[in-house]
Write a protein that binds this ligand. Structure first.
Ligand SMILES: Cc1cc2nc3c(=O)[nH]c(=O)nc-3n(C[C@H](O)[C@H](O)[C@H](O)COP(=O)(O)OP(=O)(O)OC[C@H]3O[C@@H](n4cnc5c(N)ncnc54)[C@H](O)[C@@H]3O)c2cc1C
Length: 457
């Protein structure tokens, strides 16, 4: 426990540690970005304290109990092309904990027919007779862009794909391949896996991620997706159950003041430096007295919400994942039949982006099952016979939306951050890539900036 309550403000940065005065860094948020930043800063001799509102580490990369079910808060799989993730696995000796994942057989339904789809662009697309022949023949047009992205971009950093920041994914795919490929493959995959519509994002995500899949593997950990975060956290000083309300630069000196709430008590801490590692959507409310660069960049950050309903059933016959196209008359983007590790059979029903927006607008996130149940009955006729109970999971900030033009804003902000010493630094997926690999790389980048700016002074 922090135990520092206003007005008695023992200044942690004044502590002498091992005879050397160490710089005190507070990190707000124990998601994978904050933990990675803390890990590298501690390794370089900084005195680091992490403040986390939840009672476990990992943010959107862990598992929690919800209505008697074990559910993911976000990420389900990692890829071996996440370079900082792989570096940490190596440093922490977690190689033997990796569990490689086979390619799931995915199907898609467009209201008329069911057909196979896959996450990575591959040759089988050429023979998929459910896509019109003209689109299939034009697939070749995308090959040079994928090859260029493989060599010219870093999959952990969408900033390296700024040459594709000016148009939407929808117009890019229509222009290069055609509407058929967009409707049948790209849109259902993006709506399902990311809950984004192709007209809302730039093609940078598709190119930076898809171009690097070939030759790499998807994996999780035998202990669960939160294992990496737990291992990182075990070597760090973290206070859980602490909600930070405001962060401000102290006018009198270069220190940072953090107001937080712990067990109903309002408290304050002071640090030499701070890394803000919360979801990007929250930072504008947290930072008081923004610099001109912060005031310019923060309003540009957007996240999308996600709604999931789990129907717990007596039995499931087989595991299947179905994505639905935008033309399918359903409130669902994905329906998956799951036999989970804790032996709870359930249907995983992910709402379409439009249904999630309706729930958000009506503040009806605890009653999502009532919106989709009729559709689930049609798609899974055994529902009523087998249903035990349902659980609603709402994720307010699912993923940063890399809409056309956003990459140039984030690059300008990152450049400003790295150019000279700051007292407040930032990391998270919204500064890099909407994947664990990006969040982790951004965490390391924030630590390296601090080390470069402050270790020499
Ligand atoms: C449904 C879903 C599926 C996904 N699937 C994948 C996938 O399969 N593979 C993949 O690579 N990526 C996936 N992602 C993306 C990935 O999970 C995220 O990009 C990544 O985990 C983000 O890490 P982060 O550290 O930037 O943010 P977060 O994990 O969100 O960490 C932010 C932390 O800050 C804490 N915090 C916030 N506000 C405060 C406050 N005021 N005071 C104290 N603490 C605070 C939060 O509790 C949280 O712990 C998925 C995401 C979602 C939501």
């Amino acid at each position: 426990m922090l135990g520092l309550v206003k007005p008695s403000l023992p200044v942690l940065s004044d502590k002498k540690l091992s005879g050397l005065e160490k710089r005190k860094v507070i990190i707000v948020g124990a998601g994978i970005a904050g933990l990675t930043s803390a890990y590298f800063l501690k390794k370089h001799g900084f005195d680091v304290l992490v403040l986390e509102q939840n009672d476990t580490p990992g943010g959107r990369m862990r598992q929690i109990e919800l209505g008697g079910l074990t559910v993911n808060t976000g990420a389900r799989m990692l890829y071996t092309f996440y370079s900082v993730v792989m570096e940490l696995i190596d440093e922490l000796g977690l190689e033997n904990d990796i569990e490689y994942l086979g390619m799931s057989e995915l199907t898609c339904h467009d209201g008329q027919q069911r057909y196979p789809i896959s996450f990575s662009p591959n040759l089988s697309l050429l023979f998929n007779s459910h896509i019109d022949l003209a689109s299939r023949l034009k697939l070749i047009n995308i090959l040079p862009a994928l090859l260029k992205a493989r060599f010219a971009t870093n999959p952990d950093d969408m900033g390296t794909c700024d040459y594709l920041d000016s148009e939407s994914m929808e117009s890019y795919i229509e222009r290069k391949v055609g509407k058929g490929f967009l409707r049948k493959i790209v849109n259902p995959l993006f709506r399902g896996a990311r809950n984004w519509n192709a007209n809302e994002v730039s093609p940078a995500f598709f190119l930076t991620s898809s171009a690097h899949m070939s030759g790499h593997k998807a994996f999780t950990f035998k202990q669960g997706i939160g294992h990496l975060a737990e291992k990182l956290a075990s070597g760090l000083n973290i206070d859980y159950g602490v909600t930070v309300n405001s962060i401000q630069r102290n006018a009198g000196d270069s220190k940072v003041l953090v107001d937080y709430n712990e067990q109903g008590k309002q408290c304050q801490l002071e640090a030499d430096l701070l890394v803000c590692a919360t979801e990007g959507a929250k930072i504008t409310d947290l930072i008081t007295g923004k610099s001109p660069a912060e005031a310019l960049f923060f309003p540009k950050i957007k996240y999308n919400p996600l709604g999931i309903v789990y129907y717990v059933l007596d039995k499931i016959d087989k595991h299947e994942i179905t994505f639905y196209t935008q033309e399918h008359p359903s409130t669902l983007a994905i329906l998956e039949t799951v036999n989970s590790a804790d032996n709870k059979h359930h249907l995983f029903c992910e709402l379409t982006p439009e249904s999630a927006q309706i729930m958000h607008a009506n503040q009806n996130q605890t009653r999502m099952d009532s919106l989709i149940k009729e559709d689930v009955r049609k798609l899974y006729p055994e529902l009523d016979k087998q249903l035990s109970y349902s659980v609603n999971q709402w994720i307010e900030h699912m993923l940063p939306v890399f809409y056309p033009g956003y990459i140039s804003s984030l690059k300008a902000f990152r450049q400003q951050q790295s150019a000279s010493a700051q007292s407040i630094y930032y990391c998270g997926d919204y500064l890099s890539q909407a994947l664990v690999g990006g969040a982790c790389a951004s965490g390391k980048e924030s630590a390296m900036q601090i080390i470069n700016h402050w270790n020499r002074q």
